[in-house]
Design a protein around this ligand. Structure first.
Ligand code: ADP
Ligand code: MG
Length: 237
């Protein structure tokens, strides 16, 4: 059974139809890349799945439950979280306070301790800086904080929107390594990326979006051998 199943998903902002009825499935244990040029509808898709923008029509089923109109704070306890594009951390709160905000639905003390331990083990720098304002962190550290916050509710499905955007090459490599580590820990991942080559290196499969539609899909191998036409869709050189 797919972990996530999306049927005829449509997202609108007033007259702008950002996502025009797309369908796809994500299976447990997969890393699936969403690729496509700016404005293709990738963030709108992820934000709609995560309940941050309304679904105009269509259906989203997570682990057998219809979540089409669920709010984000209902989804986290069910096991699905989004690390949004642009990180959206709170600069005037400490690292620890930012992390605590991600612990939706974690009421049990032992579960909470396990969440802290996991995040601080993945990101020792966040432990070192736990009492600092998040605004004082570097861009890479802020991205780690954003991912760490998403992990505090122990998701089975993590949606990552442009995790490497604006980061130095060395940090980008760390982010991609992290994606592999999370998969090894049993997390299923959907990753929106501008870094097509690196995304296809780590992903099992991918979807290419253009103009609010899925215009191509396949294994990472198939997509990376794609011709010039697809290269255009991907916004690659
Ligand atoms: N809040 C918004 N209000 C109006 N239009 C938006 C908004 N967010 C995105 N759009 C538009 O929706 C389309 C898809 O955008 P987006 O989902 O952000 O694409 P991507 O993440 O692939 O760059 C674009 O035409 C964009 O201008
Ligand atoms: Mg986007």
């Amino acid at each position: 059974m797919p972990l996530l199943s999306v049927d005829s998903l449509q997202v609108r902002y007033g007259a702008v139809e950002a996502v025009r009825g797309i369908g796809f499935e994500i299976h447990p244990g997969e890393i699936v890349a969403f690729l496509g040029a700016n404005g293709a509808g990738k963030s709108s898709t992820l934000n709609a799945l995560a309940g941050l923008v309304p679904v105009a029509s269509g259906r989203v089923v997570f682990d057998g439950t219809d979540i089409t109109h669920h709010a984000p704070e209902r989804l986290a306890p069910m096991g699905m979280t989004l690390t949004p594009e642009g990180r959206r951390i709170f600069g005037t709160l400490t690292v620890e306070e930012n992390l605590r905000m991600g612990a939706y639905g974690v009421s049990d003390r032992a579960e909470m301790d396990a969440a802290w331990a996991r995040v601080y083990e993945l990101f020792p720098i966040l432990f070192e800086r736990r009492s600092q304002y998040a605004g004082t962190l570097s861009g890479g550290q802020q991205q780690m904080l954003a991912v760490g916050r998403s992990l505090m509710s122990n998701p089975r499905l993590l949606l990552l929107d442009e995790p490497s955007l604006g980061l130095a090459p060395k940090i980008v490599e760390q982010i991609f390594e992290l994606i592999g580590v999370l998969r090894d820990q049993g997390v299923t991942l959907v990753v929106v990326e501008q870094n097509v080559a690196m995304a296809l290196e780590i992903a099992d499969r991918g979807y290419v979006m253009s103009g609010g539609r899925i215009v191509s899909s396949g294994t990472a191998g198939d997509l990376s051998q794609a011709d010039r036409l697809q290269a255009a869709y991907l916004g690659a050189e």
